[in-house]
Design a binder for this molecule. Structure first.
Ligand SMILES: [Zn+2]
Length: 354
């Protein structure tokens, strides 16, 4: 996950546009209210008409698999066991091969999108986005994504040790991938009835801290967005980043709310109905230049970020430190996120996600 807020210029544009959006939405609710009043009056009149034959439309039964939090936890531990998944390292390569084998074993149609990207340091990074497709011929598709690389330096000011060492990225990177792998396992067992593209994005976390250089982050997402694989473009996307910590707070992040408000709202509503409203909170948080920023702007796939931001402007204390290890992974959080995203997929397929 990046450390950077959008640059001030982008934020201003965003802020202005958001004010406009809010005004439009308010007008929208007035119209809706008027329509409801008209509709209510109309229904009174129809009571004098002969009763019409009502045919009951049988409701589709949606069977949602139970997300196994222990599996997800093990997938995170496995990634961490390779060592920090830093670009151009052996640990990164080994993790890639393991992840691809897992997705293949879970019945996905797997392809690799290889690229070379120039880092802010001048290095050339060899990256691989992994694309795992379920129901590849379905014309209605959803994108689920997470980044699988880990940061090359522990450069948060909250780091207590050396800052020039790589982070484990148990939460920042591995948690999103772990949850998606467990989801993939279910999609392989119970066909979702809708196309699902799981994309493990590379080279997210090699960006330049504290500089006005948003393009230095999310290099894999930028490549993916400019080189969308053939076939049907997903209708919308869900990014998971830092979804493993105890008492995580998935606040309403500004970029998600700007580009994909309806999607954000329906998933948060679902989470509340499922009893996970303590994780999926309605507090707003400032924009982050995470992978979804590029997928929204370049690929124009409306994409939300489920990301742990305890307050409007901060990240968790272990972020980009030597403490981002398995000690910070909480199975209850994994279950909350995993079950909500699984339910989103199967409900979307059944047309019962509102
Ligand atoms: Zn990060």
């Amino acid at each position: 996950m990046p450390n950077k807020l959008l640059n001030p210029a982008s934020s201003t544009i965003l802020a202005n546009n958001m004010t406009r959006l809010k005004i439009t939405r308010r007008l929208g609710s007035c119209c809706l209210l008027l329509w409801l009043l008209v509709a209510a009056c109309g229904s009174e009149e129809t009571t004098t008409q002969p009763a019409a034959t009502v045919t009951e439309v049988p409701k589709k039964v949606v069977k949602i698999p139970v997300f196994n939090r222990d599996s997800a936890y093990q997938y995170i531990a496995k990634q961490v066991s390779f060592g920090p998944r830093v670009m151009n390292t052996e640990a990164h390569e080994r993790n890639l091969e393991w992840m691809v084998r897992k997705l293949e074993a879970f019945g996905a149609e797997v392809s690799r999108q290889e690229f070379v990207a120039r880092a802010y340091t001048g290095e050339d990074l060899r990256g691989t986005n992994v694309i795992a497709r379920y129901e590849p011929n379905a014309t209605d598709r959803i994108l689920l994504c997470a980044h699988w690389d880990s940061r090359h330096i522990a450069d948060s000011e909250k780091n207590t040790g050396r800052t020039d060492v790589a982070v484990d990225g148990a939460d920042d990177g591995a948690s999103g991938v772990g949850v998606l792998l467990e989801i993939a396992r279910h999609l392989g067992e119970v066909p979702p009835g809708i196309g699902v593209d799981i994309v493990m994005l590379d080279a997210e976390d090699y960006g330049e801290s504290g500089a006005d250089n948003p393009e230095s982050w999310g290099l894999g997402a930028q490549y993916y967005s400019r080189n969308l694989p053939g076939g049907v473009k997903p209708r919308y996307g869900i990014l998971l980043d830092m979804v493993g910590a105890k008492n995580a707070r998935f606040t309403v992040e500004e970029v998600s709310e700007y580009f994909a408000p309806e999607i954000r709202q329906k998933i948060w509503r679902l989470a509340k109905r499922m009893g996970y409203g303590n994780y999926f909170v309605e507090d707003e948080s400032r924009a982050v230049t995470d992978d979804h920023f590029f997928i929204n702007r370049i690929a124009q796939i409306p994409t939300i970020d489920i990301i742990n931001r305890p307050t409007a402007t901060t990240f968790v204390d272990h972020w980009h430190t030597d403490r981002d290890n398995m000690d910070n992974i909480d199975k209850r959080t994994l279950r909350a996120v995993g079950q909500v995203v699984l339910a989103t997929v199967y409900r979307e397929a059944a047309g019962s996600l509102r």
